[in-house]
Design a protein around this ligand. Sequence first.
Ligand code: ADP
Length: 373
Amino acid sequence: MQKIGILGGGQLGRMLLQAVANYDVETFVLENDNECPAAHLCHHFIKGDIKDFDAVYNFGKGLDAITIEIENVNVDALEKLEAEGVKVYPKPAVLRTIKNKILQKEYYKQHQIPTPDFVITNNRTELQQQESFLPAVHKIGEGGYDGKGVQLIDTNEDLEKGFDAPAVLEKKVAIHKEIAQMVAINEKGETALYPPVEMLFDPVLNLLDFQLCPATLEQKTLWKVEAIALSVVRNFKSPGIFAIEMFVDKDGNVLVNETAPRVHNSGHHTIEAHFSSQFDMLWRIMLGYPLGNTEAIIPSIMVNIIGSNGYSGEAKYEGLEEVLKIENAFVHIYGKKVTKPGRKMGHVTIISKEKQELIYQSNKVKNTLFVKS
Ligand code: ADP
């Protein structure tokens, strides 16, 4: 039986563990919080800091393979483990590039992958000299997630809101659609693409909220999306699963926003709506099994369930019974003890052949299910 570890014990780790119950794997999770969503589903939970060299190295030493559910992990330790023969998905070199937005943008440029134009600013003084580059979006190099670490800089007055740290200043795109493309790639370099999804964001929280699969795109846009996503993944030369977030602008150009080298929020609907889910797919890759079938069994919408504004503390799920009565809905509660405004607490996937029905039911979920305390 293979021993495989996951760095991070959040909802992505939890869903990975749900999927691996179908296979013969001894599972390990490293996370600081022994009440985290993945803690009770693995064979071995180890309490420790995924950013700490010793914690990650000691965790990985006896394992056959290791994967991540978040980029912000100790890459030095993963490199040492890789050199000692532990397989790491994705390769640590990929993590190093992706976890820093400056290196990530330079990677796109180096490989001629379309991405919004950018300049690098090392501090606020350098940012202040970029008036002619506005309107733009300022993105901190390391440590940002879920919209924290991203600041819109429309006018000169906004310049003071930027980060006083190494960051990327990116041209503001006139976004027509935000889409995400998941790509799986195995050790042999064989690839499998999921249908792209179309996303809508909560403008206040800057959080992913609703997501439709498949995205409605013109055929030629779809081809661009697939070709660009494949070139992002192929140039990394690493097996694993990747989510490539892209913008389609008002002129039909496709631009890469960012890549996650792991299972991702934009792939949750694949659990019920696709033959092989993103979680199943990653295990297949790590276990050396054939790639799964990425095709949609049926169209879907996924709604994130996030902590309501004004409530912090032990989570209570208002309206859960109503949502459980929806016949074409699948409810996932992540088992986080504590809610806070904007925290991802669960998701609901609706399936239907009719787009109207998907929209109707997902709005119903949004207006019925609330996480309070
Ligand atoms: P995070 O990694 O925190 O999710 P993103 O880089 O994905 O940050 O940016 C968050 C959101 O900000 C995007 O989904 C998009 O709506 C908006 N955004 C990011 N970059 C640009 C851009 N260049 N032009 C316009 N909007 C952008």
